[in-house]
Design a protein around this ligand. Structure first.
Ligand code: MCA
Ligand code: AMP
Length: 519
């Protein structure tokens, strides 16, 4: 195992070092604007000073419920500079998730936009800890709400930073809480320390030969580890440039790639299948770039080879998790093998163990993937039980992903021990959707499974047993019911009414049989 040297204390330390090296270098390109490293540092200081003015104290949790924009970056590093912890919130989340994330994390401040303020206000009655909502966006309905609890302040009225330098993070402090893995329907907050983020960013940039002259086209959302901890952190650590977009559009991506200034693109497999489809309608293929990376969900060998045929480039597939950021990667220089995720990043360890005995297995034998190293999180927020269960006595983290290693060290992910549907790179926990469906008066019980989907990889399908003696319900009405409460990507694409759910002798629903039933 290579030991990484020169790991900065935090991403903020790394960002400031990059800024000191070249303050006038472009850091963020966004909607026609160029923000240099000095511009971003100024923005971060103003955010930190404003957050402090709005009552944020060291150790607070600040929830970011924001789309991609320079404000996200300012609020993110600004929260760190104010000594607080960022809680990441998917912008598609609705009342069920918001109530849980904001409540469980005890966030006292939520930074959002002028549209999403309404979503937060819908649930504030259940959020006694939430003192301040910061609304970014010119048309924020701030004036008439300032006296209420929580108070709403305008995120565009930032302080001039003045002479306040802020608080540089303690490497062991919690930088980010990312919610993930809700086996009971309620997700858990993975606590990432500043040093975890810094160590992984150095490992990733080293492995992928990322430098200050790179320009990353980033169309992934910043509220997940993929966009934030790989895309943004790598940029800050190397002193490179990120061409940040609000969201992914295949035609826009190809147009940008055609300009020849991009050197890297990171995406989920759905983005690659859409890029292939978009490129097939064009006369020329984009000029080659230094690196295409795929992750967050399995990249099929077919997409890998179609992309190679259409773009003339081998996608580098890697594997990560919110709890550990990036774990395994195909090599930058050696062969990138379709259907595999390669081996550990520098300075990190991985192994495959027998799912029952937890003893390491030999190559070509299936087991659970375990990882260990400076990138691995501190544990789950307020969940010592879940934290203890996640680690073994020697500090190995159980990923819940199944895999096998080849004799020369390439890991193939073969399945998941955890019940999880990955749709277009978003994780969906069946239990959460089942609980929503079962809260509908016309539903007796529900079982949710992932079925193959050409665009998203997997799609959500629900088998539903209707309750007798109540007014009937249509599949569309049930889908609408879900959409009102949870992120739209979690809603079932299909609902199949069944007389009973298939159960085993223990009374447990057999998901394999549910798939046959709805298939
Ligand atoms: C959007 N929709 C989806 C999904 N995305 N449905 C199922 N699965 C999805 N992934 C639905 C919306 O709810 C909406 O439904 C309709 O599609 C249109 O929404 P829109 O936003 O326009 O969708 P899109 O632009 O087509 O989005 C597809 C996408 C997006 C670009 C692939 O899903 C995406 O950015 N995915 C990346 C997620 C990501 O970053 N994952 C990393 C997490 P309706 O109209 O009915 O309301 S995993 C991670 O971080 C780990 C560490 C790792 O390894 O990377
Ligand atoms: P999250 O909980 O959102 O951090 O998602 C992490 C999960 O995404 C992992 O535990 C894997 O199940 C899955 N994942 C990430 N990258 C890959 C990949 N390259 N291939 C297959 N699954 C992946």
């Amino acid at each position: 195992m290579t030991v990484m040297t020169d790991v900065p204390a935090s991403i903020l330390h790394a960002f400031i070092a990059s800024c000191q090296r070249d303050p006038s270098h472009p850091c963020v390109l966004f909607e026609g604007r160029t923000l240099t490293y000095a511009d971003v540092r100024d923005l971060v200081q103003r955010w930190a000073s404003s957050l402090r003015g709005w009552g944020v104290v060291p150790g607070d949790r600040v929830a970011l419920f924001l789309e991609n924009s320079p404000s996200f970056i300012g609020a993110y590093l600004g929260t760190h500079l104010a000594g607080a912890t960022v809680v990441l919130v998917n912008t598609q989340y609705r009342q069920v998730e918001l109530r849980h994330l904001l409540g469980d994390s005890g966030a006292r401040t939520c930074v959002t936009d002028s549209v999403r303020v309404a979503d937060v206000l819908r649930v504030v009655a259940d959020l006694p800890d939430l003192a301040t909502i910061v609304a970014v966006g010119a048309d924020a309905p701030v004036a008439d709400r300032t006296a209420d609890h929580p108070r709403i302040v305008a995120g565009d009225d930032l302080d001039s930073a003045g002479d306040w330098d802020g608080i540089m993070p303690d490497p062991d402090g919690i930088a980010v809480i990312g919610y993930t893995s809700g086996t009971t329907g309620r997700s858990k907050g993975a606590m990432l320390r500043h040093r975890n983020l810094a160590a992984n960013a150095v490992a990733v940039t080293t492995a992928w030969h990322w430098s200050g002259s790179d320009r990353l086209l980033l169309m992934l959302p910043l509220f997940h580890v993929h966009g934030l901890c790989v895309g943004m952190h790598g940029t800050f650590v190397t002193g490179g440039t990120v061409d940040l977009r609000r969201k992914f559009e295949a035609s826009e991506a190809i147009d940008v790639l055609n300009r020849g200034e991009t050197t890297m693109f990171f995406g989920v497999p759905t983005m690659y299948t859409r890029l292939i489809a978009e490129a097939s309608g064009r006369s020329h293929r984009p000029p080659p770039i230094r690196l295409y990376v795929s992750g967050s969900a399995p990249l099929s060998a077919q997409t890998f080879s179609e992309f190679d045929a259409r773009f003339g480039q081998a996608i580098l597939e890697r594997y990560g998790m919110t709890e550990t950021i990036m774990n395994l990667t195909n090599p930058f220089d050696g062969g990138r093998r379709a259907g595999t995720v390669g081996g550990p990043f520098p300075g990190q360890e991985a192994r495959i163990v027998d799912v029952r005995s937890r003893v390491p297995v030999v190559p070509e034998v299936d087991g659970e993937i375990q990882v260990r190293g400076p990138h691995v999180f501190a544990g789950y927020w307020n969940r010592p039980d879940a934290t203890e269960e996640a680690f073994d006595a020697d500090g190995w983290f159980n990923t819940g992903d199944l895999g096998r290693a080849s004799a020369d060290g390439y890991v193939t992910i073969t399945g998941r021990a955890k019940e999880l549907i990955i749709s277009g790179g978003y994780n969906i926990y069946p239990r959460e959707v089942e609980e929503i469906l079962e809260a509908h008066p016309a539903v007796l019980e529900a079982a949710v499974v992932g079925m193959p989907d050409a665009d998203f990889g997997e799609q959500v399908v629900a088998a539903v047993v209707r309750r007798a003696g109540v007014p009937d319900v249509t599949p569309d009405a049930l889908i609408e019911f879900c959409r009102d409460q949870v992120a739209s990507y979690k809603k079932p694409r299909r609902i199949v009414f069944v007389d009973a759910l298939p159960r085993n002798a223990m009374g447990k629903v057999v998901k394999g049989d549910v798939k046959v039933l709805v298939g």
